[in-house]
Design a protein. Structure first.
Length: 403
């Protein structure tokens, strides 16, 4: 059984959560199934973390035309062109090299659209789509009014045409069944994961010494970008958590600038440290230095599966996060302290509670570590491989929910 893994990471240098997850999953998958062909676009010049893991196809930069007319439609066209290049590559491998694939595993919506429509007929491969959300609900979707029916058509085709789907959360799988779009039997749940070689418990005091931090209550938020993740809510809550220092790791320049201005207006700027973007191997130091790690909000709800939740819990630190069913699938409800989503006073109360109660904080941290232990990338890749094997060998009525 051969797999072609098609992805569209938006950074070849692992500067986004999407790219980190793709790279780590692929690295583990290639360990288990070395014959896997991975394909990614050449989205930027310079070195790529995907060298040795994936075939890089040219990127046709249609999306750059959004500078002339701002619309996501340009990016739909760009990813359509990429999907056609993937199809051409698979056809060439089949006809010229006698190299065929049983399953195409794809994790980008526009690529999934074209591959699910054309690949089975042209290449003989069955398609599995890792769906992250409905395109009609995507914050980055095309916003033109006349395009909305097209978005619903994209959702209908990408959710019904593939041989099977995988979802990051059981909550989204259940939603698809409730909508009557796809049977639960045809959707496997593959949550995100963490890299156990990077995110592992460390001594708090040693981490603080390495970073030059003082011995005071410390709250940490780490993210490659702050957009749509409620960091402004966290700053508001900090005003009601006296004596605590907040360290923000990551964020784009313009995002940090807006938050710096907010902290100054709130009179808490001396208690907020902006660490900026850090190398991936240095981020665990900041997480280890924390008393509490926080996720103030998520971009989505039923599909929420933030990498940082897995990484936080793996560091054996107390975690505060929104009360969402998708997050409780990982925390079990007792592996993190949940607060009502968007409730600033409740977030402040949760932070104060943990900072004031070391015993509760440590117990929560230990429970979180136990809960997250199964969610490594190697285990995720093994499950992905099992899904593909089931799809390849069961031609009709494939059931993958129990994989």
């Amino acid at each position: 059984m051969r797999i072609c893994y098609v992805a569209y990471p938006n950074s070849l240098r692992l500067r986004s959560a999407n790219a980190v997850q793709t790279h780590a999953t692929l690295r583990a998958l290639k360990t288990l199934a070395p014959d896997t062909l991975a394909i990614v676009p050449r989205v930027e010049t310079g070195p790529s973390a995907f060298y040795g893991l994936a075939l890089h196809l040219p990127r046709i930069g249609i999306g750059r035309l959004s500078r002339l007319y701002r619309s996501t439609l340009w990016y739909y066209a760009e990813r359509s062109a990429y999907a056609w290049l993937v199809l051409a590559t698979l056809l060439w491998l089949r006809l010229a090299c006698r190299r065929c694939f049983d399953v195409i595993y794809v994790r980008e919506v526009i690529c999934a659209l074209w591959l699910s429509l054309l690949a089975p007929r042209l290449t003989g491969a069955r398609v599995v789509y890792e769906v992250h959300d409905l395109e009609s609900r995507n914050p980055s979707r095309a916003k033109e009014r006349w395009v909305q029916p097209l978005l619903h058509l994209i959702d209908r085709l990408t959710l019904t045409r593939p041989a099977a789907l995988t979802s990051l959360t059981g909550a989204f799988r259940d939603l698809l069944a409730w909508l009557g779009v796809r049977s639960q039997c045809e959707v496997a749940v593959l949550p995100d994961a963490y890299d156990e070689t990077i995110y592992t418990p460390q001594d708090r005091n040693a981490a603080r010494r390495a970073l030059g931090l003082s011995d005071e209550p410390i709250i940490v938020y780490a993210g490659l970008t702050f957009a749509y993740r409620g960091v402004d809510l966290l700053l508001d809550a900090l005003a009601d958590v006296p004596g605590a220092r907040l360290i923000l790791v990551g964020g784009r320049d313009r995002e940090r600038a807006a938050l710096i201005a907010q902290a100054q207006r709130s009179g808490i700027s001396e208690r907020v440290m902006f660490a900026g973007v850090q190398p991936q191997d240095r981020i665990p130091l900041y997480l280890a230095a924390a008393d509490v790690l926080v996720i103030p909000d998520t971009v989505t709800d039923v599909t929420a599966s933030p990498l940082k939740l897995f990484e936080y819990m793996a560091m054996e630190r107390a975690v505060v996060c929104p009360d969402l069913p998708a997050l409780r699938e990982i925390t079990g409800g007792d592996g993190a302290l949940h607060f009502p989503r968007g409730d600033r006073p409740a977030l402040a109360v949760a932070l104060r509670m943990l900072l004031d109660d070391p015993a509760k904080r440590d117990a929560l941290a230990r429970c979180g570590r136990e809960r997250v232990t199964p969610y490594t990338y190697m285990q995720r890749a093994a499950r992905l491989l099992a899904v593909c094997e089931r799809v390849a060998h069961q031609r009709n009525g494939v059931c993958i929910a129990d994989v």
